[in-house]
Write a protein that binds this ligand. Sequence first.
Ligand SMILES: C[S@@+](CC[C@H](N)C(=O)[O-])C[C@H]1O[C@@H](n2cnc3c(N)ncnc32)[C@H](O)[C@@H]1O
Length: 268
Amino acid sequence: MGYDPAMSRSSVSSERSGLRSVLATPWIYSAFSGLVGASAARREFVRRYVRPAIGDSVLDIGCGPGDLLDFLPEVRYTGFDISQRYVEAARRKFGNRGEFICARVGDAAASPPDGFDVAIAFGVLHHLTDESALDLFREARQAVKPRGRLVTIDGCWDGDQSAGARWLLARDRGRHIRSAEDLVRLAGTHFDVVTAEVRHDLLRIPYSHVILVCSSSEAGAARRGSQPNAWDGSRSEAGPGSEGQKFSMEAGQNRGLGRRGGTLAGQT
Ligand SMILES: C[S@@+](CC[C@H](N)C(=O)[O-])C[C@H]1O[C@@H](n2cnc3c(N)ncnc32)[C@H](O)[C@@H]1O
C-alpha cells in the first residue's frame, strides 16, 4: 500500500478546528478515548462481535494509533490509516506486534492484500462519504477470506437515543453519522449477510453505536449454524444494562428495511 502525503493533508485539513484538531494528536486522541470509556467499548467490541481466534489474520481499517491492538489476542495484525501521525504513533507503541501502513480507503493503487480472517473498522465509517464507505465495504470484502467477515462500529442516529446522545453525535469529528438502516443498505452492496446491533451503553457518556457484522452467505450460514438465534432476536442479550437492538439482512433484502416494534428488520 502506498502513501501520498499531499492527499493525506488535504483530507484531514477539514477537521482542523477546536477539539477536532487537538484530537489529531495521537496521545491526546488516546487519552480522550480513555476518558469517555473507549477501553471498555473496545473490549466489548472485540469479545462480543469480533471474536478473534488466536492466530487469526486481522486487518484494522482506519486503525488510528492502533489502540484496538491492546484488546486483541495473539493475532497477525495489519492496520492502515490515512494519518501519518497516527501510523507513526502506532509503530512507536507496538513495534513489530503489527504492521502499520499509511494508506487511504479507496486508493486503488494501495488496496490491502487479501486472505484476512477478519477485517475491522472501529469508528471509521462515520468519517466517510457514502462513496468512500462503499469503497471500504468493497475493499474489506476483497480482503477477507470467503468465510471471513468485516466488523464495524460507529456512532449512529437512532429513534430511541437520548437528547444528550444526539447532541454529542451532532458534534462528532465524523461528518457522516448515519442510521443503522442506512449503514446496512451500504454494506449490503458488497456483503451477502449483514447483521446490525444498536447499543446505547458502550461509553461513559450518552452515545449510540451501531455494530455491523458483514459476511458472505457461506460464512453467514456457517455462523448461524453454529450459533442458533445469535442475531435473530428482537433484543440484545448483551447483559445487564445493555439496550441493544438487533436485526439481520440477507442478500436481496437491502430494499425496504423497517422497524417492527422496537426491532429493526430486513424486509424482502
Ligand atoms: C475515530 S478514529 C478511529 C481510530 C481507530 N480505529 C481507533 O479505534 O481508535 C477514525 C480513523 O479513521 C481514519 N480515517 C478517516 N478517513 C480515512 C480514510 N479515507 N482512509 C483511511 N483512514 C481514514 C482517521 O485518520 C482516524 O484514525
